[in-house]
Design a binder for this molecule. Structure first.
Ligand SMILES: [Zn+2]
Length: 305
């Protein structure tokens, strides 16, 4: 079912990474710059992430002896240093998720680079290290993102959805490892409901959402894939959902032969296999198209109607 399954370490059947994007209220300021300060209910829902959920998640991981990856907009690191400290003390990785959750593919290349570098500066100041991984806010990876990531020394990206196993993103500048996920493993479709974002999903019972995640896990386990949850502390870190997450982790542990890892560990492992010639990842050359496809031409407005 997977053409090129990864020889995961120690005979593991699949790799598992619970990644949390701690967006906090960055997304509210970005969506409603001039009125975010007046939207106190939305603000409180989002602040629940760093203040209540992150310490809880770190505690759950500790219980299971797991080290995982958190993606943080750098502005959130500056605003919520206690959450940063709790994550680092738990032995987890913090990776780059924009400065204020800005959308790279809606910015000119030089502005995208400005925010990327401004975020890196925060990482260096607060953690003493440059980030190794990046996830584009709202998956909005641009035509220029790969070049900027290569030039800034990133090892991996986790924004795209092009495979069930790691692969490489390459252009004339260089390459990074892509650690893909999918909307099925995101928590917005299961749990997000907010008038301030004009986004209403019918909220799933936690165990029903876990059925989707568990089905994805079972398939990855069977065929040698990579399971990456793209979750948010303000959504999946709520109490009943955390109870269900702990049950899911228990299920995975009981099934066995699972490699729980941080994304930087998975990316390093992939590079190690590649360099040793043990396994060759598929390569996607970016961008996929040099511009809009020519076939539509002037017909586009008619077709779009
Ligand atoms: Zn985000």
């Amino acid at each position: 079912m997977i053409a090129n399954p990864v020889p995961w370490p120690n005979g593991a059947r699949c790799a598992v990474a619970f990644t949390f994007d701690m967006d906090a209220d960055s997304i509210l300021h970005l969506a409603h710059h001039t009125s975010a300060d007046t939207r106190l209910a939305a603000m409180s829902m989002l602040r629940y992430g760093p203040e209540i959920a992150v310490p809880r998640l770190v505690e759950i991981y500790k219980r299971f002896g797991m080290h995982q990856t958190f993606f943080l907009p750098a502005w959130c690191m500056e605003r919520y240093p206690a959450a940063v400290e709790a994550i680092l003390q738990g032995g987890h990785e913090i990776a780059h998720h924009g400065y204020l959750h800005e959308h790279p593919n809606e910015l000119p290349s030089e502005e995208e680079l400005y925010w990327l570098q401004r975020g890196i500066d925060v990482f260096v100041t607060m953690t003493g290290e440059r980030p190794r991984g990046f996830r584009a806010p709202t998956y909005k990876f641009s035509r220029h993102t790969l070049t900027h990531l290569v030039n800034e020394g990133f090892v991996y990206d986790a924004s795209l959805m092009g495979d069930d196993v790691p692969y490489l993103l390459e252009n004339a500048t260089g390459c990074v490892v892509e650690l893909p996920s999918h909307y099925a493993l995101d928590d917005w479709p299961h749990f997000m409901a907010s008038r301030d974002f004009n986004y209403f999903m019918s909220i799933k019972p936690p165990r029903q959402a876990m059925e989707v995640y568990a089905a994805e896990f079972d398939a990855m386990w069977e065929y040698g894939g990579l399971w990456i949850a793209v979750w948010h502390p303000f959504l999946s870190g709520r109490l009943a959902r955390c109870v269900a997450i702990a049950e899911l982790i228990e299920y995975m542990h009981k099934k066995g032969q699972v490699w729980f890892a941080r994304l930087d560990e998975i990316a390093s492992y992939v590079l190690q296999l590649t360099q040793a010639g043990t396994w060759a990842p598929r390569v996607d050359r970016l961008p996929y198209y040099p511009g809009p496809i020519p076939e539509l031409g002037e017909a586009e407005p008619t077709l779009a109607r």
